[in-house]
Design a protein around this ligand. Structure first.
Ligand code: 0RA
Length: 656
């Protein structure tokens, strides 16, 4: 029985109509999966899991669930089991079928019927577990509820049979086991790191909730790999974790909780000795990458409270210039989490909270707590104010340095750096800038390039470590000045005194970092990326930054040549060139250590010719990870950096 037609009451027009709508609903999901889960790539695949887990989290938010177990099965099926109330299994009056079937097969029917819980109704989340069902070749829903265990199986969203009661139980909860449809997804292989990352985040956002991840594909010592995510301290622990490789300025994080007009606010914040502002924000447990009204309210409170505290105590009396909002937030790490009954999401990726009432609610909650904090912790307060004054002074110096550089450029003809070999095209859309390690490799690249659209800027040695340098030093650095002027971008201040990258005159839509394939080379790539991450993030966000990948080997026999990028390719090339004999006689293998070992023609063929080259596009898949990796690699504290390098030894040891 496919849709319970034989249950239809004769003459009930209503029922058959809604039945058809439901059918069309899930068909639409299968036809245009991107509209519902964003994409069908690895991101969309994991979105299915978030969708299921979100339902269990909703149970937790409603106060009924304390544990969620996620299991990756050997065939890349996945299951999520919670100990919530269980999806109701009784008869749905209007539709005349089990509520379980309705939740699983009717688009947008998955939500709770009680109004007190916070639901996620915007963004890409919240499309409902029925979408997961529609996009799975097989799915089994099991419910422990009212003393019985109920089960229903589906294929591509359609029930295979009616709900069956398969046993008795004293437990409550829901388990969803599903196998994503291989004809829809580009890949069906779940990634441990992606799942673990989100579960860890959820554990901080929902203190007291136990989340486990088990990977049955990966057996270690007879047992599948397993990790439990649990946080007693919640956001406070989250902030400590974010700052684990930084030096804290205050004793322990400042913690804010509050509630007003049904909006719940929780914030944890602390100051460290770095120059960055790091704010992670969430609405109903969903990461809002673009911030929004909650972040605005938080910033307003921080600025307001520190400003009046500094003024009332005469700390700013000697300053000859204005302090801007940014100065109050240098070295600030914070997590802002709000629970909003009906969130509205805005922005290109729906990653920005739009509800305007939230600004003043957050601002007030944070303001009250900060006021008391500053009164009760004068020493912490003084340390933060000193840092604010330093930030303002540095910004003042940086502005002068920047203006100097920008004025000088305006005076000197084309304004382009002398070391730049520009391309002839003036169309940024097709133009490429190669940042090349060293003058000699720069020379080879200059000879090898297609000068119509490829420009070369050689960089001397290691560029400044921007993580450690003060901002004005950045603009005095020759290599960095050259990157700014070659790209045609500059940093300007908006009306709030905040620095933004001006891309109006950007001259290339591809910037390609080209370094040696050894440890030094990869260090330089990291340095350059750190710089882009800190000072030109919009270029990364727009997908304009790439890394060139020169080959590691040239395998030669007679006149035949094969370039190889890894050991497997090298073996295959040897096999191919020597034929069946398998003897390596007459084969010459050249190991490229540096770009300098290739001549101009070879460099073009392997690394610069758009037809053959392999470019790695740099993306901030996860700004959180990138940020912590950068500061970990570059920061002063040694242990986490050592641990990271050891864990990634393969990458660091390409030269061994
Ligand atoms: C509808 C109503 C209720 C709970 C749920 C759905 C529910 C859905 C999922 C999905 C995964 N785990 C879940 N747990 C619960 C409310 C039930 C009641 O009022 O008792």
């Amino acid at each position: 029985m496919s849709k319970g037609e034989n249950k239809q009451k004769p003459g009930n027009q209503d029922y058959s109509a809604s039945n058809i709508t439901a059918l069309e609903g899930l068909e639409a999901v299968r036809k245009r999966p991107g509209m519902y889960i964003g994409s069908t790539d690895i991101k969309g695949l994991h979105h299915l899991v978030w969708e299921v887990i979100d339902n269990s989290i909703d149970e937790h938010l409603a106060g009924h669930c304390s544990r969620i177990d996620t299991v990756i099965h050997p065939d890349n099926a996945l299951s999520v089991r919670d100990d919530g109330r269980g999806i109701p299994t009784g008869m749905h009056e209007k539709l005349q079928k089990s509520a379980l079937e309705v939740v699983m097969t009717v688009l947008h029917a998955g939500g709770k019927f009680d109004k007190d819980t916070y639901k996620v109704s915007g963004g890409l989340h919240g499309v409902g577990v029925s979408c997961v069902n529609a996009l799975s070749e097989d799915l089994t829903a099991t419910v422990w509820r009212d003393g019985r265990i109920a089960e229903q199986k589906y294929q591509k969203g359609k029930p295979v049979a009616d709900v069956a009661f398969i046993g008795e139980t004293e437990e409550t909860g829901t388990a969803i086991w599903f196998k994503p449809d291989q004809t829809i997804f580009e890949t069906t292989e779940y990634k441990w790191d992606i799942l673990a990352g989100r579960l860890r985040e959820l554990s901080y956002l929902n203190k007291g909730l136990v989340l486990t991840l088990t990977d049955e594909r990966n057996i270690e010592g007879g047992k599948p790999r397993q990790e439990t995510f649990y946080s007693e301290g919640g956001l406070r622990e989250f902030v400590i974790k974010l700052d684990e490789s930084k030096q804290s300025l205050i004793e322990k994080p400042i913690h804010v909780t509050g509630k007003s007009d049904n909006v719940e606010v929780e914030v944890a914040m602390q100051y460290n000795t770095s120059y960055q502002e790091t704010i992670y924000s969430y609405v109903n447990n969903i990461n809002t990458r673009e911030g929004g009204t909650h972040v605005r309210g938080f910033r307003m409170a921080v600025n307001r409270l520190f400003k009046s505290y500094g003024e009332e105590n005469g700390f700013f009396n000697k300053l000859k210039f204005k302090i801007s909002g940014e100065d109050f937030r240098e070295g600030l790490t914070a997590v802002v989490s709000v629970k909003v009954p009906e969130p509205q999401f805005k922005g290109q990726t729906k990653g920005e909270l739009g509800n305007s009432e939230v600004t003043s609610i957050v601002s007030q909650c944070v303001g009250e707590v900060l006021k008391h904090y500053l009164e009760e912790h004068p020493r912490d307060a003084k340390r933060i104010i000193d840092k604010v004054i330093l930030a303002a002074t540095a910004r003042h110096a940086a502005r002068k340095a920047r203006e100097m550089v920008q004025r000088k450029n305006a005076l000197s003809g084309s304004g382009l750096p002398g070391k730049l070999s520009d391309c002839s095209s003036r169309d940024p859309g097709i133009s490429e800038l190669y940042l090349v390690e060293g003058d000699s490799a720069g020379g080879t690249a200059k000879q090898g390039r297609d000068r119509k659209f490829q420009a070369i800027l050689p960089l001397r040695g290691k560029i400044l470590n921007v993580e450690k340098a003060m901002e004005h030093k950045i603009y005095e650095n020759e290599e960095i000045k050259n990157i700014f002027t070659a790209l045609g971008v500059n940093i300007v201040e908006n009306e709030d005194g905040e620095r933004v990258l001006n891309l109006e005159k950007l001259r290339y839509h591809k910037t390609i970092i080209m370094c040696d394939a050894d440890v030094d080379g990869s260090h330089i790539v990291t340095l350059i990326l750190t710089f882009f991450f800190r000072y030109m993030k919009p270029l990364i966000e727009r997908g304009y930054i790439y890394i060139a990948t020169p080959p590691l080997y040239l395998v030669k026999k007679g006149k035949s040549e094969r370039y190889c990028w890894n050991d497997e390719e090298r073996k295959a090339a040897i096999q191919e060139l020597t034929g069946k004999s398998g003897s390596e006689s007459g084969v010459k293998i050249q190991r490229y250590k540096g770009l300098g070992e290739m001549n101009a023609g070879q460099l073009w063929d392997t690394t610069m010719n758009p037809e053959n080259r392999i470019l790695r596009q740099v993306s901030i898949v996860d700004a959180m990870e990138a940020d912590s990796v950068f500061s970990m690699l570059m920061g002063d504290e040694v242990p986490p950096r050592r641990a990271f390098i050891e864990a990634n030894a393969k990458y660091a040891n390409v030269d061994v």
